[in-house]
Design a binder for this molecule. Structure first.
Ligand code: PMP
Ligand code: G9A
Length: 413
């Protein structure tokens, strides 16, 4: 018998299961109301439009879409992506774009080409757990900087960089989600974005901006894209069709300096040869025929209603002592429960009552966030949101009461 544990690489021993991926399996029962995964609403999937694109174009492009494609991505799509980014103030050429199999692959490829075991990087606290999963797999030494309601704390970032410089451990990059962050929903102001670039420039560090949610703004004013403010080739930008079209396509794109994109492309050659051309052509048609803009308007309306429904229901059903943000976009509300509550302990009780969330501590690299939870508002129907939040409110109230009884003292804030 092969003793697998003895032959796994050190890298593999470092890997951790993704709480979200594992949770998705657990909560697949149809009667569970899930506020867990950051999933688009199936109602918003462009089934008809996709059918039309395929029917209308199969004769013309069938030969291309069923064949292998180039590793960089199919050029018509890359050109449309560059055009879309230019319209949003980001001055890029299609040759600076690499199409990947989801942004998750871009996180993996970036790590592959940038990180040696033990290299330092900086991530937010909290931050997207899929990213830390990718960085961990490449044995990165992750330093954290607190994320506040308006994003990463710039004073703490500068302090951290100063300390790391003294130790000779300046990070290879700073990983940020600046707009409607996963998990906290936090968005960074324009001034702070400038400050972030200035600090990164002072310490000569690359910034990886992961931006799957910037198209999903429901209120307030759009902030400038970090890449449009950068004139030092210091920003790599990750975007994806997962949240705005369909995650099943697994199509995303990375924009960055030519040298880095080229290296990622070589790494991708050894990973999967190319991203599926079929999906890339459909996505290209979405952009070229202007369907994407209409689709975005439709899903923004749909998700805004769900966001407001969730916030209203939380106001009505969550007890005193629970705090949460009011995100202007994206997919998540981030809630903080009284300090005595451990949302991991409470999770099973919530699932027993047929409602699920993501336990907040999964988004922290160290031990933190044990009293937090992430709630997704895009996947469930409005009815489910109302019902699920009411049930969750009851679960929280009960947990507060039980902890009070156990602790023998009232809950302190
Ligand atoms: N980055 C962030 C911040 C995300 O929230 C997600 C998806 N939840 C991803 C990357 C991965 O997305 P994709 O489906 O494009 O791989
Ligand atoms: O892992 C997935 O299915 C993508 C969702 C990510 C998230 O919930 O943050």
């Amino acid at each position: 018998m092969v003793r697998y544990e003895e032959i796994f690489s050190e890298r593999a021993s470092n890997m951790k299961k993704s709480e979200i991926r594992e949770l998705l399996k657990l909560i697949q029962q149809p009667d569970i109301i899930s506020f867990a995964g950051g999933l688009p609403n199936p109602e918003a999937f462009p089934v008809e439009e996709t059918r039309k694109i395929i029917n209308n174009n199969l004769d013309e492009i069938g030969e291309k879409i069923l064949q292998y494609g180039s590793t960089e991505g199919v050029n018509p799509l890359r050109k449309e992506l560059a055009k879309m980014m230019n319209q949003r103030g980001i001055d890029v050429d299609y040759e600076n774009i690499l199409v990947t199999h989801g942004s998750q692959q871009a996180l993996d490829l970036l790590s592959k080409v940038l990180l040696n075991p033990g290299d330092t990087i900086i991530v937010g606290s909290p931050t997207y757990l899929g990213a830390t999963g990718a960085f961990r797999a490449f044995e990165a030494d992750m330093e954290t900087v607190k994320v506040r309601e308006d994003g990463m704390d710039m004073n703490l970032l500068e302090k951290k960089l100063k300390q790391l410089k003294v130790k000779g451990k300046l990070p290879k990059f700073i990983y940020v989600v600046l707009t409607f962050q996963n998990p906290s929903g936090a968005t960074m102001s324009a001034e702070k974005r400038r400050e972030l670039l200035d600090i990164a420039s002072k310490y000569d560090v690359l910034i990886v901006e992961d931006s799957p949610y910037s198209h999903l703004r429901y209120e307030g004013k759009a902030r400038p894209h970090l890449m449009s403010m950068d004139n030092e080739d210091r920003v790599v930008r990750l975007e994806t069709f997962s949240k705005i079209l369909a995650p099943g396509f697994r199509i995303a794109w990375t924009t960055g300096p030519e040298e880095l994109i080229e290296k990622m492309c070589i790494a991708k050659q050894a990973t999967d040869l190319c991203t599926n051309p079929f999906g890339q052509y459909v996505a290209y048609k979405y952009l070229a025929e202007g369907i994407m803009d209409e689709h975005l308007e439709k899903i923004k309306k749909l998700y805004d209603k769900k966001r407001l429904t969730m916030l209203e229901a939380m106001e009505e059903h969550f007890p005193e002592g629970v705090e949460w943000n009011r995100p202007e976009g994206g997919m998540f509300v981030w809630a903080k429960l009284p300090m005595h509550i451990n949302t991991r302990d409470m999770f099973k009780k919530a699932v027993d009552e047929k409602v699920a969330y993501v336990v907040g501590d999964a988004f922290f690299v160290g031990d933190d966030g044990y009293n937090t939870m992430r709630l997704n508002f895009t996947h469930s129907s409005e009815e489910e949101i109302k019902k699920g939040i009411k049930v969750l409110g009851e679960v929280i109230k009960k947990e507060i009461k039980e902890t009070e009884r156990k602790e023998g003292s009232p809950i302190s804030p």
